[in-house]
Ligand binder design. Sequence first.
Ligand code: CP
Length: 310
Amino acid sequence: MNFYDKDIVSIRDLDRKQIEEILKVSEKMVPYAKGEKRAKVLEGKILGNLFFEPSTRTRLSFESAAHRLGVDVIDVSEMSMTAISKGETLADTIRMVDAYCDLIVLRHPHEGAARLAAKFSDNPVINAGDGAGSHPTQTLLDLFTIKRAKKRIDGLNIVIVGDLKYGRTVHSLVDALTLFGANLTFVAPETLQMPDDNIKHITEKGSKPKLTDRLEDAIPNADVLYVTRIQKERFPDPSEYNKVAGMYRIDNAMLREAKKDLVVLHPLPRIDEIAPEVDDTSHAKYFEQAFNGIPVRMALLYMILGGEGL
Ligand code: CP
């Protein structure tokens, strides 16, 4: 399967076989991601990390993945530090960065920015999150974490709770979980439910998602509980945020009726959706999930930049 020079703008750019291939290579990357083995197989390559929205995990794990493979990193983390602040367009900025590196990783507040970047860049572009749009590499690491924890994805009961309207990670995730035949339940207040377009897309692909606002009813049958933060920064009206803030909070009492092997995931950062007491239970896999960003992003760099020898 050839990933050389491929853009990763949306999870919809990948089919199930391609995703499985990325997960297979990610598995191989684990000892390298932990520093137990060394693999400077992409020495001489340069990654351009453009993060125009805050990030801890995505930015640093791409950087760590690059270093583990011998890739040099150039980066910008604020638009004010670029000529965009002087009025340069994103298209011209991308043309310039394209000339300075071999692959661009872009996080941007506007939905569609990564697709635009891919159009103006000769080198491949990876979408690291575009507004409330999508976050395909997060989805790949989510799938990797689920596969490692449950040994399969097909047929799992996956409950997704929180801000399903503005949460870009879940927009990508439900597409991929549909490809893998998981059973989906979406838990959110009506105002933050999964957008109709996303539901239409997965329904056309064969998914039959259940929609509810009652988390307590969904937990007992769940194999995976995917918790998300209410995306305060994307609410046009702060009073609307105040109406839904703190609506769902997972604590040990809430998990009393859960299956023993329930896996709790969260793309992070969390605010108060998961009580710290859950961190010490066998359900909590969200920190492992965040680590998995490194092997998965190493696999992407390796495959897209034409790595050989591992
Ligand atoms: N999950 C995620 O995208 O985290 P960051 O915003 O810290 O990159």
